[in-house]
Design a protein around this ligand. Structure first.
Ligand code: DGJ
Length: 696
């Protein structure tokens, strides 16, 4: 593993199982040479052809790592600039490279203007994953304006059309998988809403012929929570390329003389099969990307009050819920929206992060102390980036929101977005949250964000089109500062459900709220989409009272779905029967026994409810001695679900014991994976959690 440099012009990034190869030709053009299975390093070569004719230009048709706008290059570029004399083209030559065992940087410079661009690569032991980012450097003394600054470009091998997977969702239906065969033209996945959104994911997953188990899969995920763009294209010659990074929609950035800019990073990889992609990214994120305080800690079972009480929270009612939650085995009690300012509904209060004394006449500590006495930690909801017009904060600082002087701002959910590019706004948010955490024994923050941005005027900025990036960095920075001052506090990213769950958010927040849709059936599909390229450990999943409209599912069913992530409860426990509370207790007890496997194990997706009418996911320990499978079905048809249930990820030579449909089996891993156990599933509401352990 490591960086291998051949003849100072071919660069081979060797990961555990793959080679990623790039080079610089004799004219100083960067070229992408290979991505995929390893070949002999001696064989890699770089050619430099000329233009074929006036309509077939070399620059336009080669595979590249970095493409700039200029000369005879017309396809999607990574970087577009305007110099102080209004020249709008970049023309690069190779400057130099630096390399170490795990890192490579190639620097190109403009042939005339004082601009340098460096493409950077970092390798990680044991993973086929490479981190990529780009640095632009203004080495002169006058500013350079940029219209586009992408993080990375990829050229996919071969000339066959690729299938691109992404998610196409919305609030309440996040992470719904899509597959698009790109035969020609462009496919774009993006956000223009100010933050990464419920609609598309900032990644690409591409393959010619692949399934869960086999086939070459190429992917890259952007670690950035602002406006993003993943632009995939295929040209007449069959070359498929992807350019990804900050969206160039409503974007511009000025780099002053002597300054540089690093793009948000992209994590890319090549695996055999889609399942292996998920497993590598899952363990990669857990090891290298999630914030260090909690990345290797088991997540507690939480209770959240939102669906039970809405905005109408008060001390006796929250204490009552906490007392019941504690009996079921909950470890963290989170009070949601409604506890602060004049917050009676969503018309008022956002921005006023002091306790509402009508609802909590004895302050917050009465509740927190009771929660702690019950053996649970306490968590609290905030929405720091927002303000209601009806709030003390807005009355004192009407200029603190994004706005244009002569435009009426849209008040989605009756709220406005605070201009976090201002340092006074950042300080206010940090200070109020810091005080909240310093004055009370709070161990968990649910950081919400409930609307997209609009009227994004920011008079404080020379270049307001950079607001999305600067706002995003301010959020990351406040979260990091809070964590370094309060290292015992975990922070959840929520944005009306799963509106901000990209790898950028997950490099700063510890976990994410997946969706406001807690319908047991819908969640199966939402959670599958979430966990494709995001760690299951970060996926908060609650069992609530939504039984499913026209598709009822029992409490056990809802637990079997929610236990496949970081389990939480969100129902109105005060109305639960004794039997239901016993069911909660039983399921939470079981979850605590298997959560290590779910949160840190390898996920194998075996049956998909959308295509197979059954969902069967298995989580396997790294030593392959233990596994848990979640077998779930609702409304199977035609009596047809009489199938051999096969397993995955086991050791062929080990013997395992498992009980399924009340019958116990002892079989080899080989038998379980290649022959399977006969099962019969009929009717609605089928759910079974299967524990699989080695016999010895
Ligand atoms: C949206 C979140 O997704 C919900 O869980 C809840 O916290 C509400 N906001 C509160 O306003």
């Amino acid at each position: 593993m490591g960086v291998i440099v051949k003849n100072n012009c071919i660069f081979i990034l060797e990961t555990k199982n793959t080679h990623y190869v790039l080079g610089v030709d004799k004219h100083g053009n960067n070229q992408h040479l290979h991505w995929g299975k390893k070949c002999s390093c001696d064989d890699y070569d770089i050619a430099c052809k000329g233009d074929e004719n006036s309509n077939h230009t070399f620059l336009d048709e080669i595979r590249q790592e970095l493409t700039v706008f200029g000369q005879t290059m017309y396809r999607d570029c990574d970087i577009k600039a305007e110099f102080s004399d209004r020249c709008r083209e970049i023309n690069l030559e190779f400057k130099d490279f630096s390399s170490s065992e795990e890192q490579l940087s190639l620097t190109f410079r403009d042939k005339f203007y004082p601009l340098e661009i460096t493409v950077n690569y970092q390798l990680f032991d044991d993973f086929d994953i490479i981190k990529r980012w780009t640095t632009i450097r203004n080495t002169g003394s006058t500013k350079i304006d940029f219209e586009k600054i992408s993080s990375a470009q990829f050229s996919l091998p071969g000339v066959n059309p690729y299938t691109f997977m992404n998610t196409n969702g919305a609030w309440g239906g996040e992470f719904l998988e899509t597959k698009t065969v790109l035969e020609g033209g462009y496919a774009i996945y993006e956000s223009r809403k100010g933050a990464s959104n419920h609609n598309n994911s900032p990644y690409f997953v591409a393959y010619n012929r692949a399934d869960e188990k086999n086939g070459d899969v190429y992917f890259a995920s952007l670690a950035y929570s602002g406006n993003f763009k993943v632009s995939c294209s295929r040209d007449l010659y069959g070359i498929t390329r992807v350019v990804m990074g900050m969206n160039d929609f409503d974007f511009s950035h000025t780099v002053p003389g002597g300054k540089s800019f690093d793009t948000p990073p992209v994590y890319c990889g090549h695996t055999n099969g889609i399942g292996e992609m998920t497993r590598q990214m899952n363990s990669f994120c857990t090891k290298h990307l999630l914030p260090k305080q909690f990345h290797d800690k088991i997540l507690p079972v939480l209770y959240n009050s939102w669906e039970a009480t809405g905005f109408s929270v008060n001390a006796p009612q929250q204490i009552r819920l906490a007392e019941i939650a504690a009996q079921t085995g909950v470890e963290l009690f989170v009070m949601d929206d409604g506890w602060f300012g004049q917050r009676k509904d969503d018309h008022a209060g956002l921005g006023d992060w002091y306790v509402n004394t009508e609802k909590f006449p004895n302050g917050l500590d009465e509740l927190i102390e009771r929660v702690n006495e019950l053996g649970m930690d306490f968590g609290i909801w905030v929405e720091p980036e927002m303000v209601n017009a009806d709030s003390d904060l807005f009355r004192s600082h009407p200029d603190w929101t994004y706005h244009y002087p002569h435009r009426k701002a849209c008040e989605l959910r009756n709220q406005l977005v605070l201009n976090l590019t201002r340092s006074d706004v950042q300080n206010y948010i940090f200070t109020t949250l810091d005080q909240l955490l310093s004055q009370h024994n709070i161990k968990y923050i649910k950081w919400d964000m409930n609307r997209p941005f609009s009227e994004t005027g920011a008079e404080n900025l020379e270049n307001p089109q950079m607001y999305s990036y600067l706002h995003t960095m301010a959020v990351y920075n406040i979260v990091d500062r809070l964590k370094s001052k309060h290292p015992e506090v975990a922070i959840e990213s929520c944005a009306s459900g799963g509106g901000r769950c990209d790898l950028g958010a997950l490099s700063h927040f510890d976990q994410a709220w997946t969706s406001d849709n807690t319908d047991g059936i819908d969640r199966i599909t939402i959670q599958r989409g979430y966990s494709l390229l995001r760690p299951a450990k970060t996926m908060r999943a609650w069992v609530t009272d939504i039984e499913g409209i026209n598709k009822p599912c029992s409490l056990d069913f809802r637990f079997a779905v929610a236990m496949q992530g970081a389990l939480g409860l969100g129902g109105n426990l005060a109305q639960y029967s004794t039997e239901d509370l016993e069911l909660c207790k039983k399921n939470i007890y079981l979850y605590k026994k298997i959560r290590n496997l779910v949160q840190f194990g390898d996920l194998y997706r075996i049956l998909d409810i959308e295509n197979d009418e059954i969902s069967f996911n298995q989580y396997v320990s790294s030593d392959k001695k233990e596994s848990v499978g979640f077998l779930i079905a609702n409304a199977t048809r035609f009596y047809k679900k009489r199938i051999p249930l096969t397993f995955d990820g086991l050791d062929e030579n080990k013997r395992y014991r498992l009980t399924i449909q009340k019958k116990t089996y002892e079989k080899s891993g080989a038998y379980l994976m290649h022959v399977g156990i006969p099962i019969h599933i009929r009717g609605v509401d089928y759910n079974e959690i299967i524990l699989i352990n080695t016999c010895e």
